[in-house]
Design a protein around this ligand. Structure first.
Ligand code: GDP
Length: 193
């Protein structure tokens, strides 16, 4: 079945975004590691599923090996479903994403978000980076340009509106994401003809 997947580190606002996208309410801030298996829901208006993948990366109280397992599960899920995935939404926290990426850009280290972005591109899955919590970001353009730079795509971000979607999920301000997702869905419909 056709599918849109949501991936991202824990606490970036994936559950909040799911609620906005689907109109359903999901438990947020629950114990990490409890709802680990991918959850699928029908996207209200269209005939595809939207799947919220387990959050990866640091979660307080969750041991490193469990976090690694979760990431492996996410990667395997995406590999297994790659042919059915129409669009992947990689959710990041606009307020902290640059700091987190830079902190983990040491020798032989690839930050989760950067790794996931490249992984999705390698699988040829159209990807939208939903840059959430923009209500907490003052230097908006600079931050989004920096993110392009870290992801290996050329700034300015405004050239990448199908890829970089600044949103504030908590306030329901997700129009750039809807536009970007719609763009990819329509591009694929044209390809299918
Ligand atoms: P998840 O772990 O990725 O599912 O994240 P949640 O949806 O549970 O959100 C984590 C925290 O971020 C919660 O306290 C949310 O209220 C908050 N949050 C989510 N979206 C936004 C946003 O757009 N702006 C701000 N400021 N906070 C947000």
């Amino acid at each position: 079945a056709d599918e849109v997947v949501l991936a991202g580190r824990s606490n970036v606002g994936k559950s909040t975004l799911m609620r906005e996208l689907t109109g359903h309410s999901f438990e947020t801030g629950g114990k990490p590691g409890v709802t680990r298996s991918p959850n699928s829901y029908d996207w209200a208006s269209d005939d595809f599923m939207i799947t919220d993948l387990p959050g990866f990366g640091f979660m307080s109280g969750v041991p490193e090996e469990v976090r690694e397992e979760i990431k492996t599960e996410v990667v395997q899920y995406i590999e297994r479903h790659a042919d059915d995935i129409l669009v992947a939404i990689l959710v990041v926290d606009g307020k902290s994403v640059i700091d987190i990426i830079d902190r983990h850009s040491g020798e032989g280290e690839i930050p989760h978000d950067v790794e996931m972005f490249h992984f999705l591109q390698e699988l040829d899955i159209p990807t939208v980076v939903a840059v959430n919590k923009m209500d907490k970001v003052d230097d908006r353009d600079e931050r989004l340009n920096d993110l392009c730079d870290r992801l290996g795509i050329y700034p300015p971000w405004k050239q990448w509106q199908e890829t970089i979607a600044p949103i504030t999920a908590k306030k329901g301000s997700i129009e750039p994401l809807n536009d970007a997702v719609r763009h990819h869905l329509e591009a694929q419909k044209r390809d299918d003809l």
